[in-house]
Design a protein around this ligand. Structure first.
Ligand SMILES: [Zn+2]
Length: 368
């Protein structure tokens, strides 16, 4: 399938799929009846990210073929560094509390009213949700959690601010000002503690509750817009199906923190919801490379008569004299075998026979 066809199919069908990173945006409109839609995809086994493309085809094809997929390892050369003054961010408090939902794949706060302006483009905050552990890697290192604040423009473009969340040291007291980005990981971030104080009410996918008042402007906005703060910016994708590309990412250098006991509560609800790190931007999708590699290996295995992937382990090669073992001209044939003669037929490697393979029966081997 050519790339242009894939892109076309993706564009046509992307709006039909659910996605945590896109939930509440044009890619995944919220249910109008107020119910919480539980996502179909998951993070392990056949529902996991290795298989997202086939869960909903062709809508999710970008998950397996896209070349600007997220998350990535944030190493030099993969992002542009932006100062906090390069973006205009406004996140008002939510004194009445916000809706907090369990989507099955993440927990998400419906937070309206925030705005992001970058490069003269306006985005509106739709929601924020959490990944555990972090999806982006900070120069190769996974973080305890990552928050994604999802914004959407009137042209239906998506921008996401990613913020790492660390576990606060248990001995610290909560008397620091979180406005200081450098100290933000030492004490639990107040609005996170407020949100997660209600997480035990939504342990079941499809349930929702209301958070206490969320002091977003005094903590989150202050943290992100601090003069010393920077953002690692790049153009990537949603980290959930349909893995749509063209998403503007801003991964913040400022970090938040949660108390150790809060982390344990959140972990028990979220479990694990992190897509594996994708290939470098612009390079082929790892799943394409993997698929081609697997096909090549399968063909080679079939050529070797070992198509079912039967590989004999050989703690002790058995030497078979010429004439008995197939006559490979070297006088001896190396036979790989298992230690239990009765349970496995040994396989000969490198015998020089026509098919390259020859079986030696246990009875023959027993003669030596
Ligand atoms: Zn996300």
């Amino acid at each position: 399938m050519g790339f242009s066809l894939q892109a076309l199919l993706l564009a046509v069908t992307a709006t039909q799929a659910l996605a945590s990173c896109a939930h509440g945006t044009f890619l995944s409109p919220r249910a109008e009846d107020g119910t919480v839609k539980v996502n179909k995809f998951g993070y392990t086994g056949l529902n996991g990210p290795l298989n997202w493309a086939s869960l909903e085809s062709p809508a999710n094809i970008g998950c397996a073929t896209g070349t600007h997929q997220s998350p990535i390892d944030m190493i030099d050369g993969q992002f542009t560094l932006m100062k906090s003054s390069d973006i205009q961010l406004s996140i008002p408090d939510i004194p009445e509390g916000a809706e907090f939902e369990n989507l099955g794949t993440t927990v998400e706060v419906i937070a309206k009213g925030g705005t992001l302006k970058v490069d003269n483009k306006d985005f509106e905050l739709q929601q924020f949700h959490f990944h555990l552990p972090s999806e982006h890697l900070d120069n190769g290192t996974s973080q305890a959690m990552e928050m994604h604040m999802v914004f959407q423009s009137t042209q239906q473009e998506v921008a996401v601010i990613g913020v790492y969340i660390n576990i606060a040291p248990p001995s610290t007291t909560n008397n620091n000002n979180n406005a200081n980005a450098n100290n933000s990981t030492l004490t639990p971030t107040p609005f996170l503690e407020s949100i997660f104080s209600t997480i035990t009410s939504i342990t079941t996918p499809g349930t929702k509750t209301t958070t206490p008042a969320l002091p977003l402007s005094s903590t989150l906005q202050t943290l992100l817009t601090a003069q010393s703060n920077t953002f690692q910016s790049y153009s990537g994708s949603l980290t959930t199906p349909p893995c749509t590309e063209g998403v503007r990412w801003f991964v913040s250098a400022a970090r938040m923190a949660i108390a150790p006991e809060t982390f344990l509560k959140v972990r028990d609800v979220i479990g694990f919801n992190s897509r594996f790190p994708q290939n470098k931007l612009g390079e082929p999708n790892i799943l394409m490379i993997s698929s081609l590699g697997a096909s090549k290996a399968a063909v080679e295995a079939m050529a070797m008569g070992n198509a079912q992937g039967v590989v004999a382990v050989a703690p002790a090669p058995v030497m078979v004299p010429m004439g008995e073992g197939g006559g490979n001209g070297a006088g001896r044939t190396t036979v790989t075998t298992t230690t239990t003669m009765e349970t496995s037929a040994p396989v000969v490697a490198g015998t020089g026979t026509g098919g390259g393979m020859m079986k030696v029966t246990p009875a023959r081997r027993r003669a030596y």
